[in-house]
Design a protein around this ligand. Structure first.
Ligand code: 1CP
Length: 354
């Protein structure tokens, strides 16, 4: 376990950034903004550096990680960088046979079904991730007062790829294990919690200022099952990284029914997707936690005045929260025109605080 890091203290040059102030629930000069999946296929400069380089290969090259992470910060002037990697990268680093296929996503060669399959997955050690440490150190030096967000996948979402063998719509095999083989499920979720927490610790130890735990697909379960089978393992990850003192953001798609529970898993900031009226989401999360969100990510395809009007409504609703970090309700859609995200960033920054 990591002891409190300088990232969590005023010795961090990003400590007083609008992003970290909002995450802590302090007053801000402007609403901070970043975009999930801000690096990636919507950017021509990303497509250029990725030419002929596989996704996993690019996630294991410190210079490429650094360049790709900085691209959206340069272009948009967003308030935070998010580390360029993937939620399955630490599994690859411990030796799980998987690939990230273009247009598909993570694909696992031998899906996990039995206790023996779980036990065959090695634990993660920091020595598995030298390129991550190097890239974070490069980035923190380059970014100065702009915070770097480290991230990992939460156990349920990572388990879905390991059990299904790839992207899924119904999560039928995953939930069959959860309901039908609770001992295997428990072992798998503990294993992933150890790996995801280790991945986060490496990023924070190297200088990341905050973390986001993505439980993108947690909305597939109801509240009771979330409480019994999902939340304890996310809580384990958040508690382990909590000892570092950096703010922890927790987000899932379709998680409107779970927002309070995702908060009580141990988050400082809860991300809200676009399906939830932001004011309702803020009420569900309560006064003790900041919020992140939640503009519908297709509004970049609407006329500017419609996009700005909806963004203004999100900012206004956000004033009721302990703190508000503006974001989309899920990741940037690859066909998004980057000019729209620049206009949106400027709009959020210039929006009057009063
Ligand atoms: O070749 C490519 O460009 C592949 C597309 C791509 C990219 C750019 C994948 C495959 N992953 C990534 C990077 C990535 N993944 C980031 C980069 C940082 C940034 O936001 O700019 C992040 C945060 C992730 C995290 C991730 N990967 C999540 C959680 C976030 C979310 O969007 O909900 C998930 C679910 C994944 C799995 C994954 N990896 C890639 C894809 C296409 C998917 C989703 C597949 C599915 O639908 O199940």
């Amino acid at each position: 376990p990591v002891t409190p890091t300088t990232s969590a203290t005023s010795a961090n040059p990003a400590y007083d950034s609008a992003f970290l102030r909002a995450a802590r629930g302090e007053s801000v000069p402007h609403t901070p903004v970043w975009f999930m999946r801000q690096a990636g296929r919507s950017l021509p400069e990303y497509l250029k550096v990725r030419e002929g380089v596989g996704m996993l290969e690019s996630c294991m090259d410190a210079d490429l990680i650094t360049e790709i992470t900085l691209q959206p910060v340069r272009r948009y002037g967003v308030d935070a960088a998010i580390f360029f990697s993937d939620i399955v990268l630490p599994l690859k680093a411990v030796g799980v046979d998987l690939d990230i296929k273009p247009g598909v996503g993570p694909v696992v060669a031998s899906p996990v079904r039995t206790l023996a399959d779980v036990e065959a997955i090695p634990d993660l050690t920091p020595e598995d991730l030298p390129f991550i440490t190097q890239a974070v150190q490069n980035l923190v030096a380059e970014l100065g007062a702009t915070p770097l967000i480290g991230f990992a996948g939460a156990p349920f979402t990572v388990a879905s790829y390991l059990v299904e063998g790839g992207p899924s719509r119904e999560y039928a095999k995953t939930k069959a294990m959860m309901f039908g083989a609770p001992d295997v499920w428990d072992a798998l979720m503990r294993k992933i919690a150890q790996i995801s927490a280790g991945f986060l610790e490496v990023q924070v130890s190297a200088g990341a200022s905050a973390i986001q735990l993505f439980d993108s697909w947690a909305g597939a379960v109801n509240r009771a099952d979330y409480t019994a089978f999902v939340q304890p393992y996310s809580a384990q990850v958040l508690a382990q990284i909590g000892t570092t003192g950096v703010p922890k953001i927790h987000f899932g798609v379709n998680s409107g029914e779970l927002l309070d529970l995702m908060g009580s898993a141990g988050a400082d900031v809860v991300g809200v997707d676009w399906r939830v009226a932001f004011e309702d989401g803020i009420k569900r999360i309560g006064p003790d936690r900041a919020v992140q969100g939640n503009l519908d990510n297709t509004l970049v395809f609407a006329p500017d005045e419609v996009m700005f009007q909806r963004a203004a409504e999100v900012i206004e609703a956000g004033k009721a929260a302990k703190g508000h970090i503006f974001n989309l309700g899920h990741g940037v859609i690859p066909s998004t025109n980057p000019d729209q995200l620049r206009k949106l960033t400027d709009f959020v920054h210039e929006y009057p605080r009063g």
